[in-house]
Design a protein around this ligand. Structure first.
Ligand code: G4P
Length: 199
């Protein structure tokens, strides 16, 4: 998605060898117009798939997921990372290992919000190692829901996330921006033909 790529080039900052900081428009301060455009793009990409629900994980997945849910006119469920006092024990759960933080967190979704008839679209802000997507897939499977695919805002294609989730049987992955490499602090995107390859 050219609008997103331009914004990453303009306002993203490369930290070290593999981190892209996008907190001025994506995951701290948020640009609502860009977020809405991304939601519409997700809706276009998955329009024919009969999506009934969107599933993401807090915190940074929520904004793109809500915009996609608005555009597809379906509810949005986000997995919680901490146990809420008002969340019942009747929850689907999965472990997420974070390579960035080197910690494992359990995420949970109340069983009332995912059912076997659901056709679930997974949404997240980054695809790096794929651990968050794999955990969301596990949760959808616990509900016996169908998974139509995954929509990602920024994929770091030089990391193994896509391969890891493909190996686990999750296909139909669409990323709005796919980063091939960071070179001298610059972001190099995958070329157009590669962007069309979604599984
Ligand atoms: P994975 O889910 O693909 O396995 O990602 P990984 O363990 O490598 O990353 C853990 C956290 O770091 C995730 O957020 C992920 O979105 C984020 N992350 C990964 N690569 C980048 C990057 O290059 N830039 C930024 N800004 N974030 C990155 P999280 O811990 O779930 O955070 P949040 O959603 O609560 O904000």
């Amino acid at each position: 998605m050219k609008e997103l790529e331009k914004r990453i080039q303009a306002d993203g900052r490369v930290l070290g060898k593999d981190i892209l900081k996008v907190d001025s428009f994506l995951n701290h301060q948020i640009d609502p117009q860009l977020m809405q455009d991304m939601g519409m793009e997700f809706a276009r990409l998955f329009a024919s798939q009969g999506v009934t629900k969107i599933l993401t994980v807090e915190a940074s997945g929520i904004a793109p997921a809500v915009m996609a849910g608005l555009a597809l006119d379906v509810p949005v469920v986000f997995a919680r990372k901490s146990k809420s006092r008002i969340l019942t024990d009747d929850a689907f759960t999965a472990d997420v290992y974070s390579y960035t933080k080197q910690t494992t967190n359990q995420i949970r979704v109340d069983k009332r919000f995912l059912i076997g008839d659901d056709r679930v679209l997974l949404i997240d802000d980054f695809l790096a190692n794929g651990q968050a997507l794999l955990a969301l897939k596990t949760i959808a499977e616990q509900a016996n829901a169908g998974i139509v695919g995954a929509g990602i805002v920024i994929e770091k294609s030089f990391q193994p996330g896509r391969q890891n989730v493909l190996d686990a049987g999750l296909t139909n992955i669409h990323s709005l921006a796919r980063i091939a490499a960071f070179e001298d602090g610059q972001v190099i995107f995958m070329n157009e033909e590669d962007e069309e390859v979604d599984c």
